[in-house]
Design a binder for this molecule. Structure first.
Ligand code: UFG
Length: 327
């Protein structure tokens, strides 16, 4: 297929581009390079530097490149920032996605995979989280993604759009061949921060909260390898149904605590990682992990890289080979 990957130079988007290229698809990566990196785009994909807010140009690219399906990864994704600057999140994540849908409509494209998030569930009453549990986001970021899920359902019914909105848990790791990885600026995610301490780029790291009602007092999250996540997108693309939306959790189905992640990093790197225990970070639910049963039941798909050490090893290989990220 001819597939447009919007946000194809970002962390998750660039892994999706690589996977699609390796599985034989023709890929056009579209990215404004605001957060993404030119070097992250697979050499066999074509990179179009374009802000997806430019609906007319986006539609022209879709038509010129004879795009048949779109994967839309471009978004603002810092929970804290979304609380401080909600207009940015509703503009980038909601308004620009509507513009992207306009461009798809102009070009007659009927297939879409859109990045959603476990943040749409807010603070769930129980874990593991299944797709039918109530969605009550507690941040503008989560709200913006839930709004798009609703918009997509309406558009699907009205225009026979076929879409999937996978809800990501904590995406981590780097391509197993070491070619691409994670380079966020600023970095806020746990695993890269711990590895930056291991590399000596930070003196220590902060553990946000040690008094949670979890086995060791720190937050529990479901870490899914970015390559598994990318593969799940392709599975969903291959199973789209006209006029319908597919909603699936993308996680491993097992939670690891912050301390377990740090211990795995110590084991993999052989470094003594200095930590400081500080207060809870506002808005962090104690434990979030997915039920991965939906993808297993309907598509016989499960994440393959389920060992946290393997996830950490892939990220560590990337960080050691690219101490300055893509710079
Ligand atoms: N953490 C620390 N110290 C740090 C960074 C993180 O203790 O320096 C902890 C956090 O408190 C949390 C865990 O490590 O308990 C994971 O934090 P991340 O920031 O890596 O990830 P989140 O679970 O906060 O975020 C993820 C996704 C978001 C999504 C959110 C929904 O990355 O996109 O889940 O809760 F919105």
């Amino acid at each position: 297929m001819n597939i447009a990957v919007i946000g194809g130079a970002g962390y998750i988007g660039s892994h999706a581009v690589k996977l699609l290229v390796e599985r034989g698809h023709r890929v056009i990566a579209i990215d404004n390079l605001g957060m993404g990196h030119r070097a992250a785009v697979h050499p066999k994909a074509k990179l179009v530097v374009l802000d997806c807010a430019n609906v007319a140009r986006l539609a022209a690219v879709f038509m010129t490149e004879k795009i048949e399906a779109v994967m839309h990864f471009a978004a603002s994704a810092y929970v804290d920032e979304s609380v401080a600057d909600p207009r940015k999140y509703y503009r980038n994540n909601v308004a620009n996605t509507i513009g992207m849908l306009d461009a798809m409509h102009l070009a007659g494209i009927k297939k879409l995979v859109f990045s959603s998030t476990c943040a749409t569930y807010g603070e769930p009453e129980k874990v593991p989280i299944t797709e039918d549990m109530p969605q009550r986001p507690i941040s503008p970021y989560g709200q913006s993604k839930l709004m798009v899920e609703h918009i997509l359902l309406d558009v699907a019914r009205a225009e026979n759009l076929a879409f999937a909105a996978p809800r990501y848990f904590n995406v981590a790791g780097a391509a197993l061949d070491g070619t691409i990885g994670e380079d966020h600026r600023p970095e806020t995610h746990l695993l890269p921060i711990v590895l930056q301490v291991a590399m000596g780029r930070r003196p220590s790291m902060e553990i946000f909260g040690t008094d949670y009602p979890t086995p060791d007092g720190t937050c529990v999250r479901d870490y899914i390898h970015v390559w598994d996540l990318a593969e799940a997108h392709l599975v969903l693309l291959e199973n789209l149904q006209p006029g319908r939306g597919l909603f699936y959790n993308l996680g491993v189905g097992r939670g690891y605590s912050v301390r377990e992640v740090i211990d795995a990093c110590r084991a993999v790197t052989g470094k003594d990682i200095a930590t400081r225990q500080v207060a809870r970070r506002p808005g962090d639910p104690p434990a979030l992990f997915a039920s991965p049963e939906g993808m297993a039941r309907d598509f016989h798909w499960k994440a393959k890289i389920t060992d946290l050490h393997v996830i950490v090893e892939s990220a560590w290989r990337w960080f050691q080979a690219h101490p300055n990220g893509y710079q």
